[in-house]
Design a protein around this ligand. Sequence first.
Ligand code: PMP
Length: 329
Amino acid sequence: MDYVEHVTDLVGNTPLVRLNAVATGKTPVLAKVEYLNPGGSVKDRIALRMIEAAEASGELRPGGTIVEPTSGNTGVGLAMVAQRKGYRCVFVCPDKVGEDKRDVLKAYGAEVVVCPTAVEPEHPDSYYSVSDRLVTEIDGAWKPNQYANPENPESHVHSTGPEIWRQTEGKVTHFVAGIGTGGTISGTGRYLKDISGGAVKIVGADPEGSVYSGGHGRPYLVEGVGEDFWPSTYDKGICDEIVPISDAESFEMTRRLAHEEALLVGGSCGMAVAAALKVAENANPDDVIVVLLPDGGRGYLGKIFNDSWMASYGFLSPDVGGGRVGDVL
Ligand code: PMP
């Protein structure tokens, strides 16, 4: 019989899909489709590794509680693994995260605490501060802290990187990904740099206004990427280039991916693809660009895929993105 013992056994080994409609040049642009992980995002990869490392070190004990500030995807991965192993989960989200995403966490049995987005990280109501307080208040609590946990990038050194190298038969020349905690780009980037002797170029995609592309944390709407501080999970030396992308470009490309490539993905995927296409403009025909798409689009139906929401931010006006968003209505 062909089955796995638990859904978490299906994490990783996601496929590469060539983009044909949005990428029309000779250089292949291959999308690593992370929504095909069982929890629907790239974050399934880090969840299992962080939890098992904490069990091994004794930081997480039987019957313990996992407390984490998460925009949703890490929460789903943690909740899946926690269910299997019998832990309670309390997640802390900023209020810019869509209600759909929060409901998903609750459906997996997690508790969710919502905090304001528009405060400094040091503010007592910020989602970082609230999660720190909960860790001290709840008995047996453990905080994975995806922003500082070395097992986050390490999970990509052991899974995402080797998968891409194997799937491209060592032909990958560029790896493009968004940067949130930086775990994906730092771990995958380190593996690909090491195995290729430094030949693979690592390109970060970043929302305009985020620190990684030289901003100061000016607010932007794309979720899960960009920061207003420098997490230790991000290796500052890993990127050969960082491409800033506006919300308008990210959301336009996100809608095109659904409409033209049948890839219903999240806003950070549109952002990463927009950056990958800029890389492709200057690439050679025998280059191979891999771009990582972190999650699926269902959590954004009320936002990016909702015309009124888009119009309320001016993203549907013809002078934004050359009218492209309007084209796909
Ligand atoms: N996109 C989305 C939707 C995410 O949730 C995250 C994780 N915060 C990322 C991209 C960035 O991944 P990483 O944290 O590994 O840099």
